[in-house]
Design a protein around this ligand. Structure first.
Ligand SMILES: [Zn+2]
Length: 473
């Protein structure tokens, strides 16, 4: 297939430009006006507006015959969402790998990395990894990696378990400073230090949920019975919980020269601490679309559809996070996709409502609309924070996150001029609520291509097959 007239940020020249791609499973050539030099005999040119289920099936079966004209669109390497909870096996009433992967594909994401803590058994040793892998290997529409995890259960065997998981090609080790999950309890600071040391030996990052357990439990005791509303919940997880946890993690990571990635940073003060860590240390962080789009005040209209941990913060936190994202301190945006059914999201008590958002489908649209279209992010930076940087951090680059010759032919193609209203009913996830419901966005993902096959189009929906997505070793 030839993708013609693709407007891209070219990482090789550092410029925005118009190019054509020749692709099979991989990108085989990239050139300006390449389409003109290729024999068009027997080749059929199709505009994106002409795509429908019938011709997509034909294109996917005989892609060498087709030229897709992407004129007027913005093209980026397929999105990478390196923080999802797809819950298979064990919590599939909330989400499963098939629905989660379709939802991500509809948002321009071609690769996800799934967390180890929200499946049963949790992915905490080689045997558990095998159980999880057997359950998901034929489920995904898009490519996927997996994290291993280390929690306080069976901690005495953590070193051997981490070795087993590294041999299974996990992308890193997730751990928590505060966790409400019985199947995945938080670790102490000394356990965290031991995990960082072991991960360093295995040449893998440790991913940390950084909120301080002492602050969260004290504040929860203080507020949980006071009054059942969102402000009490916000007060129970103050920015200080993030700041303290991040400060502790940085201190330890520096001391042992650990490889640390802090997930879902919501507080600008915590982010600022991370910004100050010298480049000689391998310490990075991500933020999420909800922290970039909402503030505490939005709970009034959004209710617990917006409930997450950490909780969304103030206008100041939000604007600082955008600055750190554009400036390069914050490495990328991840969705922390974690849906739940209505009966768990709306229990009648804000305290008991499940915390988590089905965010993989809205990740790229939200960052594009709020970031690129509102000129907070250049096309270069947008491309990096939704694709390239996560690929680099998790050792998937340049197979993923790149538009170079030899990279997988993964693309997200965005119509930059469509303004549209996102509605929860558009979710392909099992999730039944989204804080982005009824929000106006500019720029829509119209086509998602994974290894040369169209897996999603705005006009035909999901066209990728269950099981096409493969595990990234
Ligand atoms: Zn998470």
């Amino acid at each position: 297939m030839v993708l013609k007239n693709c407007y891209i940020y070219d990482e090789v020249t550092g410029k925005e430009k118009l190019v054509d791609f020749l692709v099979d499973e991989k990108i085989t050539a990239v050139k300006e006006e390449l389409a003109k030099t290729i024999s068009i005999e027997n080749k059929i040119t199709i505009k994106l507006s002409e795509l429908n289920r019938t011709n997509i099936e034909e294109i996917n079966a005989h892609s060498e015959k087709y030229i897709l004209d992407c004129e007027g669109m913005i093209t980026i390497p397929g999105g990478i969402d390196p923080h999802v909870h797809f819950d298979t096996p064990g919590f599939t009433h909330r989400e499963d790998f098939y629905h989660g992967s379709m939802s991500a594909a509809a948002g321009g994401v071609t690769t996800v990395i799934d967390m180890p803590c929200t499946s049963l058994p949790p992915v905490t040793n080689g045997k558990n990894f095998d159980e999880k892998f057997a359950a998901i290997k034929n489920e995904s529409v898009i490519d996927f990696g997996l994290y291993g995890g280390v929690c306080a259960n069976n901690f005495e065997k953590f070193a051997q378990a981490m070795e087993e998981l590294a041999a299974k090609k996990v992308r890193g080790f997730k751990t928590y400073f505060v966790s409400g999950m019985k199947t995945f309890p938080q670790v102490s600071l000394s356990q965290f230090e031991a995990i960082l040391l072991k991960a360093k030996e295995l040449n893998l990052p440790v991913l940390l949920h950084a909120e301080d357990s002492k602050i969260v439990s004290e504040m929860t005791k203080k507020y949980e019975n006071a009054n059942d509303d969102y402000l009490r919940y916000c007060n129970s997880r103050p920015a200080q919980a993030e700041v303290t946890a991040v400060a502790n993690a940085i201190e330890i990571a520096k001391r042992v020269e650990g490889n640390l990635h802090v997930v879902h940073v919501a507080s600008s003060e915590a982010a600022e601490l991370l910004n100050q860590v010298g480049k000689e240390y391998f310490v990075t962080y991500e933020t999420c679309p909800h922290y970039l789009f909402f503030t505490e005040e939005d709970f009034i209209s959004k209710g617990s559809s917006l409930k997450t941990a950490p909780v969304v913060k103030s206008k100041k936190d939000q604007s600082e996070l955008w600055k750190y994202l554009e400036g390069g301190n914050c490495s990328f945006v991840a969705s922390d996709h974690a849906p739940a059914p209505l009966n768990e999201k709306q229990t009648g008590s804000f305290w008991k409502d499940y915390g988590g958002i089905p965010g993989a489908q809205t990740l790229i649209p939200v960052v594009f609309s709020e970031g690129y279209k509102k000129k907070k992010l250049s096309l270069k930076r947008f491309t990096e924070v939704v694709s390239t940087n996560a690929a680099k951090r998790y050792n998937l680059y340049p197979q993923k996150g790149s538009l170079r010759v030899g990279s997988d032919a993964d693309f997200a193609i965005i119509n930059s001029n469509i303004s549209w209203k996102f509605e929860t009913k558009q979710l392909l996830s099992k999730g039944e609520t989204s804080p982005f419901d009824n929000e106006l966005l500019t720029g829509k993902v119209v086509l998602t291509i994974l290894r040369g096959k169209i897996v999603y189009s705005d006009s035909a929906g999901i066209t990728g097959e269950k099981g096409y997505g493969k595990f990234l070793e």
